[in-house]
Design a binder for this molecule. Structure first.
Ligand SMILES: [Zn+2]
Length: 602
């Protein structure tokens, strides 16, 4: 009995010892991958990252860094910035490793239970999709700097951010403790950019049970409360399209205001990161850009982060994710970005219509529209052609114009009983809420299902095809018309070159089929004179004003240091323009559809 008790006691002690060893050995536990980020010397711009995981009995573990990031469809090879990689076990013993491709590191686990990797990552670019470490902040997008354990992207992740004392952290990641955050998967971890800084300015507002957080890094010379009030109006209009509540309890608007920084935004499921130039709020135009970019990125929380092409559901970060639908996910997002500003009454009707006119003008002056469809531009976004200006179109631009025309066309064909709002709701319910991706023909089938109309021909001509868009037919539904006008500030005589802005007069582009192209001019020629008169960008228009369409002129250029003369016959399209006009007498139907189209959602 006694012996048995001693045996039992030993058994209990052994059990606890084993249990304790088990717990210690499996920290982090099997289903958690632990990320730590910190730095020694901020001005070196080198983040130091450790990733610790259970080996789960594998002989080797592969860690990889994405070659691209969602939101930018271009191979960027983030592994280029990795330095001083090493691997060890939980006792600090070095483990062997080798690179098996440009972005993948293979570790020999040597039967270690825990494997830990360490590396430095150079981070010195500030834009919405990059990472930056300096003495003022640590800003990172996980796709740039955090490696994933290959085939284990669905495991939970814990991120510890080692910052100096009193720094604040803004991120959509779920907070575990002061500097530790949790993500349900690697994809969620890297879909949540982080700003850590001692000088963040923050505010928040709520709408329909969701809290929207605002964080500004940099010099904010504007009332943050005003931004919150205005953003709330945009949120309201977008949430109402999708049924009244947002599919998240928290959402973060993360802003950087920095000198010499362009407007740039990247969408995420629970946040957006946006950069803007200094003094952005000082002008009406800058304030409009602020709300415009914010509105576009917020709409992405539905359109592309939840309603998304099938190939984006679990993308392969090592290679391209091809889709022909970017025109819809970017262009239609831009369409709703601007329409939401009008519906929220942040911009007035005149400003909104002027924006549409500007988009149409941009498209109609893009030579690539005649040879590249929006589907091809989407699919080939991974390639940047050398003659982009002539051969490519922007699927943002044409997609936005197509969004307008589709909305108006659906309203016209259904007597305004259906609109693009119904298509968005249909896509959300049919795909997003079912955790399904949108198939490549899913936009066309959604429009046909909702409108009860055949849109095959429309898509063949204007989405898969390169035909000129049917402005008159679609715009007439709301009593608008696109008129060909004359811009009297420009010469009627047309040449077809774009010159560099400096004194030198380098030809940066020659438009296809233009007089300059037919006359023999080439990109890279340095234009010296027109009919012996000296010319550069500053006086080109003025010189062309002296000539009439049909005139022959002699252009003198340097080409590879040799002087050449080219004879060019000018044509007559130098001053044409497009103007969106309202019909003088709108019919009752046109007025009704127009009013309904721009009305705030109640
Ligand atoms: Zn976008």
């Amino acid at each position: 009995m006694q012996g048995k008790l001693i045996f039992k006691a030993i058994g209990i002690v052994a059990f606890f010892w084993l249990f304790a060893s088990y717990v210690l050995a499996f920290q982090p536990d099997k289903t958690m991958i632990d990320y730590t980020i910190g730095w020694q010397q901020a001005n070196s711009h080198l983040f130091e990252i450790t990733i610790q995981t259970a080996s789960q009995g594998s002989d080797t573990l592969d860690f990889a860094l994405p070659n691209w990031r969602p939101g930018r469809y271009l191979i960027q090879n983030y592994a280029r910035n990795i330095q001083e990689f090493s691997a060890s076990d939980d006792k600090g013993q070095t483990l062997d490793w080798e690179k098996v491709d440009k972005s993948t590191w293979r570790i020999q686990t040597n039967k270690a239970v825990i494997v830990k990797i360490y590396y430095k990552c150079y981070a010195n670019i500030l834009d919405a999709g990059s990472s930056l470490l300096d003495d003022k902040e640590a800003y990172f997008n996980g796709t740039n700097i955090f490696m994933y354990l290959v085939n284990k992207r669905l495991e939970q992740c814990r991120l510890t951010i080692r910052t100096p004392e009193n720094w604040l952290i803004a991120t959509a990641l779920k907070k575990d403790s002061a500097n530790t955050f949790l993500a349900n998967s690697y994809d969620e971890l890297v879909d949540s950019p982080v700003i850590a800084s001692p000088s963040l300015k923050t505010d928040e507002f709520t709408y329909a049970n969701t809290t929207y957080h605002i964080a500004f890094q940099g010099q904010l010379d504007y009332d943050i409360k005003t931004t919150a009030e205005q953003l709330r109006k945009i949120v309201e209009q977008q949430v109402k399209i999708f049924g009244g509540t947002a599919p998240f309890a928290h959402y973060w608007f993360l802003y950087h205001i920095m000198p010499n920084t362009p407007w740039h935004g990247v969408e995420h499921s629970y946040s957006t990161s946006i950069t803007m130039p200094a003094n952005a709020f000082a002008s009406e135009r800058g304030r409009q850009s602020f709300y415009s970019v914010s509105s576009h990125e917020l709409f992405h929380a539905w359109n592309v982060k939840r309603i998304m092409p099938s190939v984006f559901l679990t993308p392969d970060y090592s290679r391209e994710a091809y889709t022909r639908l970017l025109w819809f996910f970017e262009g239609v997002t831009s369409y709703y970005g601007e329409l939401s500003l009008k519906r929220a009454e942040i911009i007035d009707e005149r400003t909104y219509l002027a924006g549409i006119e500007k988009n149409i003008v941009e498209l109609q002056f893009a030579p690539g529209r005649l040879i590249t469809s929006v589907e091809d531009a989407s699919f080939n976004d991974w390639l940047q052609p050398d003659d982009k200006e002539n051969s490519r179109i922007s699927f943002y631009n044409k997609g936005e114009v197509l969004g307008l025309l589709l909305d108006l066309e659906i309203r016209r064909r259904t007597d305004n009983t259906k609109s693009l709002d119904d298509i968005m709701r249909y896509l959300y319910q049919t795909y997003a809420l079912q955790n399904q991706g949108v198939p490549e023909n899913g936009i066309l089938t959604a429009i046909e299902a909702v409108s009860g109309n055949n849109f095959q021909k429309f898509f063949a001509q204007f989405v898969s095809g390169c035909e000129e868009l049917p402005y008159d037919q679609s715009l007439s539904s709301i009593g608008l018309t696109l008129e060909l006008g004359v811009d009297k500030s420009k010469p009627e005589a047309y040449l077809g070159i774009r010159l560099s802005p400096d004194e030198r007069g380098t030809i940066l582009n020659v438009t296809p089929s233009s007089p300059a192209m037919l006359g023999g001019l080439s990109k890279g020629d340095v234009l010296i004179a027109i009919n012996n008169a000296q010319v550069n960008l500053a006086n080109l228009s003025e010189l062309l004003m002296e000539y009439r369409p049909g005139d022959k002129i002699t252009l003198t250029v340097f080409r590879t240091r040799q002087l050449h003369n080219f004879e060019v016959t000018l044509t007559n399209s130098g001053n044409i323009n497009y103007q969106l006009k309202s019909l003088a007498n709108k019919s009752e139907t046109q007025q009704r559809i127009f009013t309904s189209w721009l009305a705030s959602l109640k």
